[in-house]
Ligand binder design. Sequence first.
Ligand SMILES: Cc1ncc(COP(=O)(O)O)c(C=O)c1O
Length: 460
Amino acid sequence: MKTVGHGFFQDPRIKEAKKLLRAAVEEHQKKITGLRPAHPELKEDYLALLKKFGDLRGGALFYQYLGSGIGNGALVELADGSVKYDFITGIGVHYMGHSNPDVIEAQIDGAISNTVMNGHLQQNTDSARLVELLSQQACKNGAAIKNVFLTTSGAMANENAIKMMFQKRAPASRLFAFEKCFAGRTLGMAWLTDKAAYREGLPKTIDVDYIPFYCESDHQGSINLAVNAMKKAIARFPKSHAGFVMELIQGENGSWVGNTEYFEALIKVCKDHDISVFADEVQSWGRTHELFAFQHFKLDKHIDVASIGKNSQVCATFFSDDHKPRPGLVSQTFTGASTQIAASLYITKQIVEGGYLGADGKIEKLHQRFKGNLEKIAQKHPQKIKGPWGIGAMVAMTLFNGDAVKTKQFTYKLFDNGVLSFMAGASPARVRFLMPVLKVTLEDIDKVCEIIEKTLHEME
Ligand SMILES: Cc1ncc(COP(=O)(O)O)c(C=O)c1O
């Protein structure tokens, strides 16, 4: 017995409409073939719109960047008619590349479904399919986090995770997190994030003990330092820590990569003291050799709770049975737009089945090309550039010894020259890149690196 809905989505007119829409997207995006300057006749209106938008949102945008609504893979058209390489993708959101026809086609089913937004009281079958796929993938190497709770932002996914840990470990009221970590901008996450400016003037919500992050150049020393810091805090506040928040690769701080032995040493201390282990993968999901970075670092069996966001389009909290929240602790009106959920299903399947993962996967090939190119530039300009650093599709470099002012200047010049990047970290500041993995090509990377070198030449 078929539902009316089944018949609706199979209607040949809808199939035909999808074909037509896809053809239109492909035809128009073919006109976007490379960098282009702004059209002079669009400039005045564009700048006026940006100014008005900046005034109304309470502050100007970082870049003078409003999209026209179409792009082609790593290339994006701005509303002034210019075309740029997008190597930051809205801080790691447009993973699939601009105007990806497959993603648009997936979203059409979401767009014509009966709801705009799914929510915890009403969800369509795509939500159930997405949760099943994410759960299978999270647990495929033995992790016990089969429960998946959808939500609308990385910060909310983290809030839900932290509530679950606090509830399980009540009355413990403290957390462990890494120095210089980033966890989002809710009132709770502002206190978890290790950046004073992001919580200036805010009342305290959570007590956090910070652990120094892994240092590759002092492997054993950094493990000892971190373990001692954790043990000291436990001795100072016995039975007070509910969870350990691990940002396995520090994205906002400039793509600093952790290490399995280091993580395991800290996790052992947590397990010995009944402290839950949480992997914040809002930025790292889909960017290492594995779908989850905790799989890349082979930490599967230790993880109690995890969160994802950005690339996944819909955010989620994963948790073990013994971290199940009691009724009333977590819920939200919205879980995600129907189009987002459809896109998330497509993107997740594509990462898993499309040859992106593994030591020989596309992500590693992209990484090697980008790293190799940047290393050559660094050899030519050792005074100006150090690095690159990062892993997979999270790459960063330090310019002018991490000087924040010059780093910012560089990102603006790079933007003017046609590449979107972003700043990260402080002392040292870095320039970071989050590539549109599903569509970026090796040739795109080569062209972007040429522009990076040209821009470095223009800097004192
Ligand atoms: C590691 C990490 N956690 C949480 C967040 C917050 O996600 P959102 O901005 O979607 O709330 C971010 C965002 O950059 C992040 O990088």
